[in-house]
Design a protein around this ligand. Structure first.
Ligand code: SAM
Length: 233
């Protein structure tokens, strides 16, 4: 796994801090072991973890300057992308949120045992008001359609900050359908950045959204409302 990571990170143009490749290998090992007894991820082999989790998430580091930023990963699951970003850019101040307890337990135990600094929160993000407009950057992968996701994520970003929604390559229609919601929540779509995951024929995309002004206080609504009536023009 270490060779795949080192060559993939070099291909992406990402500097690897001392000890980071070893830490990611240990994280991958823990993930595969935990996954054998409890379902945390659909990817069940070392190569897949290295490429489709670690290198995919690492690619975000080329899209903005994360140094010293306060970052929130919403719907982090087993720690993606947030924990990978934290290992590769250790001066990030990371908060992860997930609504499933066994996932936050796994991330908390993994961070404690591998000395990874992070605040790990269990709960639905829309029910945690103390997070509001506290973060320079929000990131999220594979959590919801963008119009729903924007209501979960944009309220947590400070005006002037960024939100990266990680998507498949054919996301243009989904992005268009979310334009109204993003504007209503104080954001603006900057663009879609596509990238190839080294060692695969997979292309992924990150939708880059700027937070231009504070989110109106009525958002986020309760999840049932968000899901039933996503913000649409
Ligand atoms: N981001 C991870 C990844 O890419 O591997 C996990 C993706 S998983 C498909 C979606 C995760 O989002 C689940 O772990 C789920 O519990 C979490 N989630 C969905 N809605 C949420 C919400 N409103 N607040 C917090 N977590 C949420």
């Amino acid at each position: 796994m270490e060779d795949i990571l080192r060559s993939g990170l070099a291909e992406l143009g990402i500097d690897v801090p001392p000890g980071a490749a070893e830490t990611l290998c240990a994280y991958g090992q823990r993930l595969l072991e935990a996954n054998a007894v409890t379902n945390l991820t659909a990817i069940r082999d070392k190569n897949g973890v290295a490429r489709l989790h670690f290198l995919d998430c690492a690619a975000l580091l080329k899209l903005a300057d994360f140094a010293g930023r306060r970052v929130i990963d919403i719907g982090s699951g087993a720690g993606f992308p947030g924990v990978v970003l934290q290992v590769l850019q250790p001066d990030i101040r990371l908060t992860t949120v997930d609504s499933v307890r066994k996932k936050t337990d796994f991330v908390r135990e993994t961070c404690a045992s591998l000395d990874i600094e992070a605040e790990i929160l269990w709960g639905r993000v829309e029910e945690l008001p103390r997070l509001r407009e506290r973060f320079d950057i929000a990131v999220s992968r594979a959590v919801a359609e963008l119009d729903v996701l924007a209501e979960l994520c944009l309220p947590q970003v400070k005006p002037g900050g960024l939100f990266f929604a990680m998507k498949g390559p054919d996301c243009a229609e989904e992005v268009g359908a979310a334009e109204f919601a993003i504007k209503a929540l104080g954001g603006r779509i900057r663009g879609i950045e596509r990238y190839a995951i080294p060692g695969t024929d997979v292309t992924h995309a990150a939708v880059v959204i700027e937070k231009q002004k504070p989110t109106p206080p009525q958002y986020p609504r309760r999840f049932a409302q968000i899901k039933k009536k996503p913000l649409r023009g």
